[in-house]
Design a protein around this ligand. Structure first.
Ligand code: NAD
Length: 239
């Protein structure tokens, strides 16, 4: 049987890097997409024989086309797509500019539309596929100073549910994972006091690790009967 092939967007660091590593450890061929962090991407590639890297800004159609063409020309198919790339935008609602809004929506939401659209024909042809969109706890319960980010992530969950209905008959599963607070560069701006407050509000009393999200990805790629779901991995923060 040929090796499974996965694309992980925004995989040079944080959650995407942990997902790329755990799929590689499951013997997947992983195409780890990166945009700016070339050094980290090259380090990742050097760690694993079965990780390949590709530079693309996933908010740009031409870059996305190149990423998918490269993957299909070299590996022939795509079994798993993890739409992970994303940016934050911590701002008071009144201070969000049109440019901020476009930037967050293009990077977080349009990218999911665009990458998935480029990938999905191959999955439909193969009558098999697993698409995992990395959403956020904010899409479920909202978050202060994060209207643009929350809107982008709620949009992702809308894509997940509608696409799961559309692609289910082609044996393609589409799910979102909604992380709570995970220890990555995205949260570098949080003070110790902020982090302690989050821990206190979280039943499991801790901040998550990128590997906690990768474990859920590992389960979803094996599963055969879950689709259209938003899976919360947040230590109980949302209950
Ligand atoms: P991170 O900032 O460490 O990683 C984000 C990755 O996306 C980076 O590698 C970055 O280079 C990449 N990226 C950004 N714009 C891109 C573009 N245009 N094209 C290609 N790659 C691009 O943060 P993270 O915490 O690892 O975030 C991963 C995902 O998890 C994001 O979608 C984020 O919204 C989501 N998330 C994170 C948390 C958290 O607490 N860390 C919580 C909920 C959801």
């Amino acid at each position: 049987m040929s090796q499974n092939v996965a694309i992980v967007t925004g995989a040079s660091r944080g959650i995407g890097r942990a997902i790329a590593k755990s799929l590689a450890n499951k013997d997947y061929i992983v195409i780890a997409n990166y945009n700016k962090s070339e050094k980290e991407a090259v380090e990742l590639k050097n760690e694993f024989n079965n990780i390949d890297i590709f530079k693309a800004d996933v908010s740009k159609r031409d870059d996305v086309k190149s990423l998918v063409e490269y993957t299909l020309n070299k590996y022939g198919k795509i079994d798993v797509l993890v739409n992970n790339a994303g940016i934050d935008n911590e701002k008071l609602f009144q201070d969000i500019t049109d440019e901020d809004w476009q930037n967050v929506i293009n990077t977080n939401l349009y990218s999911v539309f665009c990458v998935t659209q480029e990938v999905v024909n191959n999955m439909i042809h193969n009558k098999s596929g697993c698409i995992i969109n990395i959403s956020s706890i904010y899409a479920i319960q909202g978050g202060p100073f994060a209207v643009a980010y929350t809107a982008s992530k709620a949009g992702i969950d809308g894509i997940t549910k509608s696409l799961a209905k559309e692609l289910g008959p082609s044996n393609i599963r589409v799910n979102s994972i909604a992380p709570g607070c995970i220890d990555t560069d995205m949260n570098k701006y949080l003070s110790k006091e902020d982090l302690d407050n989050i821990k206190n509000e979280t039943p499991l009393q801790k901040i998550g690790r990128p590997e906690d999200i990768a474990k859920c990805v590992n389960w979803l790629v094996e599963d055969e009967f879950t689709t259209g779901q938003v899976i919360s991995i947040n230590g109980g923060w949302s209950i």
